[in-house]
Design a protein around this ligand. Structure first.
Ligand code: ZN
Length: 292
């Protein structure tokens, strides 16, 4: 069985696309610090190392969180500066964000250990494929922003489910000589359907056994990457008045996250996304064969 990687997108409740436009001060609470600390404590108790895609804005406000992530052996990755989707950026403003992010990380941790990027709202698709070139140019080695199933807000129809090297000019095609690696989050095949399972919503919605069964099936074929947010681990007590669908996507079954995480941490072998890529030869050496 392949190893699994947990990734955490480190942002506050008001960064969610489903809550876009809300006044961050109206709510009065912030979850990014208690949520990230709870995640780090939980990982520490289980001896698990994970990947943290952190917003530049979070590092500016909480540089000690970035230091703790690195000091405790986790992987630090980039989730952009302020959670603007790449759809709203240009190559120039995206490049500027990556440069700002780099400066903040260097100030906080004294080095730049980052090689991975995840776009806010999985916003790299055919319309924003230029972003992969900017990532290459800025020294990134892998991306985790191409969501290989079409869902309401995002997703790229036909993108590979496994790790691959997106070709220049066609981001769903594998180019063996490509210099940037794509590590998509977990999506399962179910007959002709593609069923996303990698995110917090699915972890919350599915009974533990169903979720673990789905991971078992993927892990028999290839490594997986899951993702979760601080607000899902330390839910706010006050809730926003959202539309019924967005409220369900945001708040359903939050109380089940911690117990499910504890079981998942015991059940699988967890490493960082970078370790999976290194182990399988994606970052130099002989390319692996987990593409699907
Ligand atoms: Zn995000």
């Amino acid at each position: 069985m392949h190893p699994a990687a947990f990734s955490f997108d480190i942002e506050d409740w008001y960064h969610s696309q489903l809550i876009a436009g809300r006044d961050r001060h109206a709510h009065g609470v912030t979850v990014v610090r208690p949520g990230t600390e709870a995640i780090l404590d939980l990982l520490d108790r289980h001896g698990v190392r994970a990947t943290f895609f952190v917003l530049g804005d979070v590092i500016r406000e909480h540089p000690d969180l970035a230091r703790r992530i690195v000091d405790e052996g986790h992987e630090l990755g980039c989730h952009g500066m302020d959670h603007q989707p790449v759809w709203q950026l240009t190559p120039g403003s995206f490049r500027a964000q990556l440069q700002d992010f780099r400066a903040l990380v260097e100030e906080a941790v004294g080095a730049f250990p980052v090689i991975g990027f995840r776009a806010p709202t999985f916003s790299i698709d055919r319309s924003t494929a230029w972003a992969l070139d900017v990532l290459r140019e800025q020294g990134y080695r892998y991306d985790s922003s191409i969501f290989p199933a079409k869902v309401k807000l995002y997703g790229v129809h036909g993108a590979p489910l496994g790790i691959y090297r997106p070709a220049r000019g066609d981001l769903v095609a594998h180019d063996p000589a490509g210099d940037l690696v794509e590590f998509p989050v977990a999506v399962n095949r179910w007959g002709p359907l593609r069923v996303p399972v990698g995110g917090g919503f699915y972890l919350r919605a599915l009974p533990y056994r169903v979720f673990a069964g789905s991971l078992d099936r993927i892990l028999a074929a290839r490594p997986v990457a899951l993702y979760l947010h601080p607000r899902e681990v330390v839910p706010e007590t006050r809730r926003l008045a959202l539309s019924p669908v967005n409220a369900f996507l945001t708040y359903n079954n939050l109380h089940t996250v911690r117990p499910k995480l504890e079981k998942l941490f015991r059940r699988y072998r967890w490493v960082t996304m970078r370790e999976i890529l290194e182990r399988d030869g994606w970052l130099g050496g002989v390319p692996g064969s987990s593409a699907d």
